[in-house]
Design a protein around this ligand. Structure first.
Ligand SMILES: [Zn+2]
Ligand SMILES: [Zn+2]
Length: 226
């Protein structure tokens, strides 16, 4: 006899929280995320389906496997994971649990996921993030990104928070601390919105400032040598 767990049929899909690293595709055209532990090898999109991380030919989540997307019920529990040194550059995701799910004490393991909001922490220097910049690691075809303030972006590959939201698509919202960046082009099917252009302008200005300071330093060095 097979014992089945009681099935739930919620009217609204459940929601939860998790942490992940923001990722940018190699060609810069797509934004996604990758998990911090199990499943970290497989970047996923804003709206995506889980695959078995062990490559087994069953649907995730399988009862006798630990594959599938994972999230916790409690925002504070997810935020607590951001305190560890290796997770400092991860972002907090607010997600909708779609498809089949397995409920456990702290959260869910499930088949499909929509990332609703990504909350980006401060730059490593402590200032508010304006961009997500190349973090110096990645997966095949994907660069890992980390929060950066305008001053620390320098010449690294970077996208503003608003651009990351647009590249992620599916109505993704990306916030820095308390301030929200609306999904770019909300109501407009194509092209960057005003908030995205403003964010890009701030980023370009920061890069220009950095470039000019480098030029000035080279100038000083040049004149010092005579
Ligand atoms: Zn599996
Ligand atoms: Zn900084």
């Amino acid at each position: 006899m097979r014992v089945r767990l009681p099935e739930e049929r919620p009217a609204e899909p459940p929601t939860g929280f998790k942490i992940a690293h923001p990722m940018l595709s190699q060609d810069g055209g797509r934004a996604g995320f990758t998990g911090v532990s199990l499943g970290g090898a497989l970047p996923y999109g804003v709206l995506d389906e889980a695959h078995c991380v062990y490559g087994l030919r069953h649907r995730a989540p399988h009862r006798r496997c630990d594959c599938g997307f994972h999230c916790v019920h409690d925002r504070t529990a997810a935020e607590a994971m951001l305190c560890t040194a290796e997770h400092r550059s991860a972002v907090l995701l607010d997600v909708t649990v779609l498809g089949a799910y397995i409920r456990f004490e702290l959260g869910f393991r499930y088949a499909r996921q929509r990332v609703r909001t990504a909350t980006v922490g401060p730059c490593a220097c402590g200032a508010v993030a304006v961009a997500l910049a190349d973090a110096g690691w990645g997966r095949p075809g994907w660069r890992g990104l980390a929060a950066s303030c305008a001053g620390c972006v320098r010449r690294r590959t970077a996208v503003s928070l608003a651009t990351f939201a647009r590249l992620g698509g599916e109505g993704l919202r990306v916030r820095a601390g308390g301030g929200a960046v609306e999904p770019a082009g909300a109501g407009l099917p194509e092209g960057p919105g005003v908030s995205e252009l403003v964010a890009e302008a701030a980023l370009l200005q920061a890069r220009l400032d950095w470039f000019q300071s480098q030029l000035a330093r080279l100038g000083e060095r040049g004149s010092g040598k005579g």
